[in-house]
Design a protein around this ligand. Structure first.
Ligand code: HEC
Length: 224
């Protein structure tokens, strides 16, 4: 058994070491899928196997990366196999594996990122479209929100909630500079967002988490 374990780990380390490592620290789902080959036995092909281990599918990538790092540094020592496997991973491996598992639809919501708890990409898209439609019709905003930012907004929310997206737009401050958005206008959009979430039956926990992600952006959006 011990011998088998050591051989298996050596293979895992060799595989991880042999894979190409991109310079960027952003996780690449396709590379993560390849690197997850050795994880399949215990975690299932999509990270949904739970009778041998813990569900990885749909977890927030930051939380997956943090856990893998904790195994590597010895901060977490709950499973010798995970400790050994994590030794062979560099930052890029962790980011790729995290991106891959985060993108997999979880079959249970217990550790799922906000992205999946909200219902994944289709739910997020429907919510963003609804907020834009309500805001365009909102006299308090009088045509101030054109909807041109829809795709960028979607990308940003998808990434912030732990979904498989990478926001490539400008930072919030430069994106809104020269628009002179008022506090009242920001408040109106926020109110429309909450109304949409209520209309879609989003539970309080998820609603609070999402509002908690959007609210701190106010300083960068208002008054520039
Ligand atoms: C031999 C079986 C085995 C293999 C192979 C394996 N794991 Fe695990 N993994 C486990 C077990 C068991 C746990 C639960 C450990 C615990 O209870 O702390 C775990 C836990 C984890 C966790 C923590 C999950 C959480 O939410 O607490 C992550 C992340 C993880 N594994 C990633 C991977 C990755 C990535 C690979 C492949 C590179 C991999 N594992 C390969 C058995 C395995």
């Amino acid at each position: 058994m011990r011998k088998h374990k050591i051989l298996f780990s050596a293979l895992a380390l060799a595989l991880l070491a042999a894979l190409p490592n991109a310079a960027s620290a952003a996780g690449i789902v396709a590379n993560g899928a390849v690197k997850s080959f050795f994880c399949t036995t215990c975690h299932g092909a999509d990270g949904n196997l739970t009778h041998l281990s813990v569900r990885l599918a749909g977890q927030h990538p930051a939380s997956l990366m943090q856990t893998l790092n904790a195994f590597k540094t010895g901060q977490r020592q709950t499973h010798p196999m995970m400790s050994i496997i994590s030794l062979g991973m560099n930052d890029q491996d962790r980011a790729d594996l995290a991106a891959f598992y985060a993108s997999q639809r979880p079959l249970g919501m217990e550790k799922a990122s906000l992205f999946w708890r909200l219902g994944g990409m289709s739910a997020l898209t429907a919510a963003v479209d609804d907020v834009i439609a309500t805001s365009r019709a909102d006299p308090r905003l009088a045509g101030r929100l054109s909807g041109a930012c829809r795709d960028k907004l979607l990308d940003q929310l998808c990434q912030a909630t732990g979904g498989p997206c990478t926001y490539t737009g400008r930072d919030m401050k430069s994106a809104h500079s020269g628009m002179n958005i008022t506090e009242a206008e920001f408040g109106a959009v926020a109110e429309n967002l909450i109304r949409t979430l209520d209309k879609f039956g989003v539970p309080a926990r998820e609603k609070n988490e999402l509002v908690g992600l959007v609210a701190p952006m106010k300083g960068d959006i208002v008054g520039h």
